[in-house]
Design a binder for this molecule. Structure first.
Ligand SMILES: [Zn+2]
Length: 304
């Protein structure tokens, strides 16, 4: 714990110097999207996090890809305000969004869609040595993991939840079947900033688990576009606009078209997996996930 605080203080001190010299330097990963609304962008395809400043304290949205990033997010919060973290909102329960909760809670109260706690506890049971292995990855991870505790959501909501805290309004919207067991879009209507979870990622093939469906993903995209956001912060990938959803829609439309044709020809899933190609998207990352996309497209085509 001491090391963690010392490290963070060192970062804080270096920023404080920059601050004293003039403009506030939040580093290359942090961007202000609206008054009191910041995004901490992950490196490459690593997860993004949100920092919302309110008159009554801070709301953090997801707590970082890994403990090192969580510590950077924590240091950014401290650089921006000395008010306490009041709430932590999970856009999904996976470890690359939630392992860092222990740095923010207490005092932060963790909120997620129903099913998040069960998902996190199951992941913990299935990999009891996960934190030990993570700590062994690098000295930075080991240091950042000091004081680690497993922190699951304190509050789980169904369907929708509205949070009014210190002048900020956040609408939490559950999205069924888009990525995990419990995905939440976080919408700030006044600032028109949308944290869109991992329903759509950017320039990357998403992993579509067996309970994820392409119609559900497209419905979530339609719902989120209808909010008319100015800024869209996906769970992974460079923040942008609703173009993130439109790019995803185009990709799934083309995939559905190609898989649908092969289904009509009477091809089996195995044959389709071998045959269907998406050369237009060869530059996207995580191509090893593509077979899960074909499986989802096949299921949707057969159900038609
Ligand atoms: Zn995930």
């Amino acid at each position: 714990m001491k090391t963690m605080i010392a490290g963070a203080l060192a970062i804080f001190a270096s920023w404080a110097l920059v601050d004293a010299a003039g403009a506030q330097d939040l580093g290359p990963q942090v961007k202000k999207l609206a008054e009191g609304v910041y995004v901490h962008t992950g490196r490459g395809f690593e997860s993004n996090a949100g920092i919302i400043l309110t008159d009554e304290g801070v709301i953090v949205i997801d707590t970082g890809q890994n403990p090192y990033e969580s510590r950077n997010i924590w240091a950014t919060v401290r650089n921006l305000t000395d008010k306490p973290v009041r709430l932590v909102i999970d856009t999904e329960p996976h470890a690359d969004h939630t392992t860092g909760h222990f740095m923010f809670s207490p005092p932060g109260v963790v909120i997620a869609a129903a099913g998040a706690g069960d998902s996190m506890r199951a992941a913990e049971r299935n990999a009891p040595d996960r934190i030990q292995r993570l700590a062994a990855t690098s000295p930075e991870f080991r240091a950042a993991l000091e004081g680690y505790r497993f922190v699951a959501p304190h509050i789980e909501y169904h369907d929708r939840m509205t949070i009014n805290l210190g002048g900020k309004t956040l609408e939490l919207i559950y999205m069924k079947g888009v990525h995990s067991e419990s995905d939440t879009a976080v919408w700030l209507p006044k600032e028109r900033v949308l944290f869109s979870a991992s329903a759509f990622v950017v320039n990357q093939v998403n992993i579509l688990r067996p309970f994820v469906t392409i119609p559900d993903i497209l419905a979530a995209g339609k719902m989120m576009k209808a909010l008319n956001p100015e800024h869209v912060v996906p769970g992974h990938g460079t923040p942008g606009t609703v173009k993130i959803f439109e790019d995803g829609e185009q990709y799934y439309a083309l995939l559905m078209d190609r898989v649908g044709k092969l289904v009509k020809e009477g091809k089996s899933l195995d044959d389709i997996k071998k045959e269907v190609k998406m050369p237009e998207y060869a530059s996207w990352g995580s191509q090893e996930r593509f077979p899960t996309n074909v499986e989802a497209a096949y299921k949707a085509a057969v159900a038609k």
